[in-house]
Design a protein around this ligand. Structure first.
Ligand SMILES: [Zn+2]
Length: 173
């Protein structure tokens, strides 16, 4: 389990407690001392994804992560952002307490997060997921991104984490 803050691989358990169907652990990163929570569940409590054509397949975190990574490829996102988003979705899915979830629901969860994270990654994912019929449909989706991307074009490697400060210092109209 990588540290969501620095990506370090070593952590120690500072607290552990049983929850329904598993164990929740509070961990501290040995590198940066950041504290985070992990949840371990027994493998038998599997979750299935129901596809549009009615087929079901087991939910795999790796597959969700791969889809996210592909959409976010070469985008200037801070380290750990994608893993954190996948963790959130995974937790949300398991907390539904259902044995089966439609894949559209997972897709919506991904879209919702990508929309906040990075508009290019969002459009990349949406173009596959929504299967835009034509350029107009794609254009409408781009236009629905009401907030223009704040990242200055001349600084493509600027981490997005520096943006809120810029926005805060800007005077409200
Ligand atoms: Zn760390």
């Amino acid at each position: 389990m990588r540290c969501p803050n620095c990506g370090g691989v070593d952590s120690r358990v500072v607290d552990s407690r049983n929850i329904e169907g598993g164990v929740r652990r509070r961990r501290e990163c040995l590198a940066c001392r950041y504290r985070f929570t992990t949840t371990e569940r027994v493998a038998s409590r599997s979750l299935f994804v129901k596809k549009k054509d009615g087929r079901r397949e087991e939910f795999l975190r790796e597959k969700l992560l791969a889809g996210f990574r592909k959409a976010c490829e070469k985008r200037p996102l801070p380290a750990g952002t994608v893993d954190k988003a996948v963790d959130e979705i995974e937790n949300e899915l398991y907390s539904l307490g259902r044995a089966e979830v439609p894949n559209t629901r997972i897709g919506d969860m991904v879209m919702e997060r990508l929309k906040r994270m990075d508009h290019i990654a969002y459009i990349r994912f949406a173009s596959v997921y929504r299967e835009f019929a034509d350029l107009d449909a794609l254009k409408r989706e781009v236009e629905s991104l009401s907030v223009p991307v704040q990242r200055p074009a001349q600084l493509p490697l600027l981490p997005t984490s520096t943006l809120p400060t810029r926005q805060r210092t800007r005077k409200k109209a």
